[in-house]
Design a protein. Structure first.
Length: 301
């Protein structure tokens, strides 16, 4: 709220009554604030009212002077008064010139004080804004640190899962190779058994041709051999079907494990990219934080 001239007059009177000088700083301190320009104008008017008007010297000659200057009379006294008045006028003009210079300097000082007051308020406002920005940057920096720590833990977990999936895929590959080897051995074994039965069947057929008399016995043996051969073929076919099913199931498991491994690797790469981005943002915030601290230090100085 702006101060009034009456308040300035009252403050100046109060300071004078207390035996203190009614300066701008003292009046402003007593009023608790106010523009130096307004206080300066008020004090000028107050001092003008306090200043008593000086009149020209118009007093009669002292008796001693009148007695000694009877011969010269009133003319000499008039000349003396004129000289005194001339000197008084000269001093008043010099005093007026000095007063004008003082008031000019005082006005400049007042304007400078107002300007410095505005600049101080601006600097204080800027300082508060810098502190607020610094607090915001610190909060964002702390949040990015927490997110970076979380992503680091996620990256470690993802890499562990990827390693576990890779190990599982290697185990499935080894198991599939073992199944292929076992299936190959079973096929070879059944092929040998089939070949042996076929050889036995051929031998039996030859014996049947040479031993016609024993036709019934040989026929039974041939039938038995054919039955065994058919059973062997059926067993081999069932084994092949079971092996094919087992191989297909192992291939599906291997494909699934490879897909899981690829997903885990992609997740690990994405997590590394996110972590790298966050590290870049963290470094940018650190640079911004350092710049804000530097600006705050310069403002403080």
């Amino acid at each position: 709220m702006a101060i009034t001239k009456d308040q300035i007059f009252q403050a100046a009177d109060q300071l004078t009554a207390a035996g203190e000088s009614a300066t701008m700083a003292a009046v402003r301190k007593l009023l608790g604030g106010g523009s130096y320009t307004t206080i300066n104008e008020g004090l000028k008017e107050w001092k003008a009212k306090q200043h008593t008007t000086n009149t020209l010297i118009r007093e009669p000659a002292p008796p001693a002077v009148a007695t000694r200057l009877e011969e010269l009379g009133a003319d000499i006294w008039a000349v003396a008064l004129e000289l005194a008045n001339t000197r008084l006028t000269t001093e008043r003009e010099a005093l007026e010139a000095t007063r004008i210079q003082v008031e000019t300097a005082q006005q400049e000082a007042t304007e400078l004080a107002d300007q410095l007051s505005v600049e101080l308020e601006t600097l204080q406002s800027n300082c508060k804004q810098v502190v607020s920005d610094l607090q915001t940057a610190n909060a964002a920096l702390e949040q990015l640190r927490q997110e970076n720590a979380t992503l680091t833990r996620q990256l470690a977990t993802t890499e562990a899962r990827a390693e576990e999936t890779t190990k599982r895929a290697d185990d499935l590959k080894a198991e599939l190779q073992h199944a292929h080897a076992e299936n190959k051995a079973q096929r070879e074994r059944h092929a040998n058994e089939t070949q042996a039965l076929q050889d036995q069947l051929n031998t039996t057929e030859k014996a049947l041709q040479t031993e016609v008399a024993n036709g019934v016995r040989l026929t039974l043996e041939l039938t038995h051999a054919q039955t065994q051969a058919q059973a062997a073929q059926q067993q081999q076919q069932a084994l092949q079907e079971r092996s094919a099913t087992e191989i297909q199931r192992m291939n599906e498991r291997l494909t699934q494990a490879q897909a899981e491994r690829e997903q885990a690797l992609q997740a690990a790469r994405a997590t590394r990219e996110d972590a790298a981005g966050l590290r870049g943002e963290l470094e940018a915030l650190r640079v911004q934080n350092a710049a804000l601290l530097g600006a705050l230090k310069q403002t403080s100085h």
